[in-house]
Design a protein around this ligand. Sequence first.
Ligand code: TYM
Length: 619
Amino acid sequence: MPSGRNRHPLLDTALHIVKGALVVALRIPTARSTKSVDFKKGLPLRGAITVGPVTSEPNEEDKRRIQELVNDKVAANVPIRVFAVARQLAETTYGEAMYDDFGVPKSVTELRLVFIEKWNINANIFPVAQSTGACGRIDITKWKHNSNKNSLEVSFDLTPTEAYTDEQNVPLATEEALANDQVPAREMVLPPADVAGTHGTDEATETNGNPQNSQQHQQQHDPEGNPTGGGQRVTPWEVEADEETGIDYDKLIIQFGCSKITEDHISRIERLTKQRAHRFLRRGLFFSHRDLDMLLNAYEQGEPFYLYTGRGPSSEALHLGHLVPFWFTKWLQDAFNVPLVIQLTDDEKFLFKENLTVEECKRLAYENAKDILAIGFDKDKTFIFSDLDYIQTMYPLVLQIQKKVTYNQSRGIFGFTESDNIGKSAFPAVQAAPAFPACFPAMFGNRKDIMCLIPQAIDQDPYFRMTRDVAPRLGFNKPALIHSRFVPALQGNQTKMAGSQVASSIFVTDTPKEIKTKINKYAFSGGRATVEEHRELGADLSVDVSYQYLTYLMEDDQELKRIGDDYAAGRLLTGEVKQKLVDVLQPIIKAHQDARAKITDEDVRSFMDPTRFEGKKLI
Ligand code: TYM
């Protein structure tokens, strides 16, 4: 056993995380299976753990899984707890689970135990961080199997989050004083695989099997419990990014544990729909997914699916960013010819917005419905509903979902704190329910097997991580997800367009003059300080908001490329590019306003009436 000389609280924390992942993935016992540990201080921090018995080197799939489990445990930022207990009581409660192979001297009568809930427990004296997120990143760098000793040495590099590069700043777990009857049960401290009698239960599948499942794909939290993303913060309610670089979407894919949309996906969609992919797909605005391959495979085999998307009606008018998922959903509906359900979460907005009344939320839902219907969804295949209206039909399903999600999970995924109202913790089940066909008996009868695809911006992903975790436990398919980036605020990439900031957004109610003024006044420019400099160096397209809006809005690929090339080479000036955007955007918004003016109250009522689907074959 190494001395304390090279120890570092983050390396000790990492050991607990890696050990739990090895136990889960390789199905070795927690007890006495750590043969040795090793450390190297100085950056990068390095550690190694040798475990056994392991009869062969893990295959690539297992290695990938172990790394994923480690990533997920760091991302979940769960607490690391420490308490002292009489050795005898510890042994009665946990057997030998807390001992390494090298044990603890006989003379020790009180043990200091470190544990991560349902993951790992260990008796040792070394300081650890308060929560797993402090480790930042743990990259497994080497796997060394020793067939003589039946052991596996796993080496890793640790890159702490920036705030904790200085060891002194790492917030340490403090020892809890627990009375004997407060000592956590064995099931609390060991992964389900290691707890006799729990194999095959819900809990075992939750933390043991599929890495998509609950604890493992939770949002990362800072030590105060606020969701973070390593310098960026993306939640359903807030998006913030590095001031200089904006949102790092590749990093977000890793942190959230979703997958990139590739050229292969795009050409496959084109093959299946026999049409050119929407520009949002071609230009990478929709960039990430979960289980899209599975959905496309099934569709190819003739299996049906439906689309589900939504809007939280917190303001009178939608902004340009809100239109993105709806435009794209319309394209998907037409291209795949599938049913669509649209949820208006008036209940969510009541719970999350301090100043809104229930009546106002409901009114806004109807107003927003007109904007959404103006996009032109197929009436025979589209159902739009306000939660406040439709909750009675959804409620049995909502209850089933609520029963499968613990308060801890809800808090872990969404970052709720003790002072948040209790409605917030329960609400995610309402957004989850429409992902299951049982929510729409008039449309799908009692079929449980129909799959669901949910277009959304990536901020909504936490809701559907939870949904996907619950799905198999209620006998449903996991919904597939397709995520877009955010249309940035006019002021720049650092944050998304948000309805609450009038000057940051183009609204569907803006007049041509307002559009022109906002773009000219606020749209962040990637151009240079002087015309001479600009002509010489050209614009930085990656930060130029007008150019980015054009990439989302301009249909003509060649024209877009020409603008991009000319602007980047300094042949076009910012003012000219802004004018091009104004020319593209004004007619889009005007067409939207004209279409909306034609939507009557009767249209809204009719789209909101589920009984019109009864007796009709939608799938
Ligand atoms: P809400 O009203 O915040 O947003 C509606 C949809 O617009 C997306 N979005 C954006 N997309 C691109 N750029 C932006 N700047 C931008 N801002 C918002 C959101 O991701 C969302 O897809 N709780 C949800 C409503 C909801 C929902 C759903 C959304 C209920 N069920 C299923 C998607 C899928 C909400 O408040 O969305």
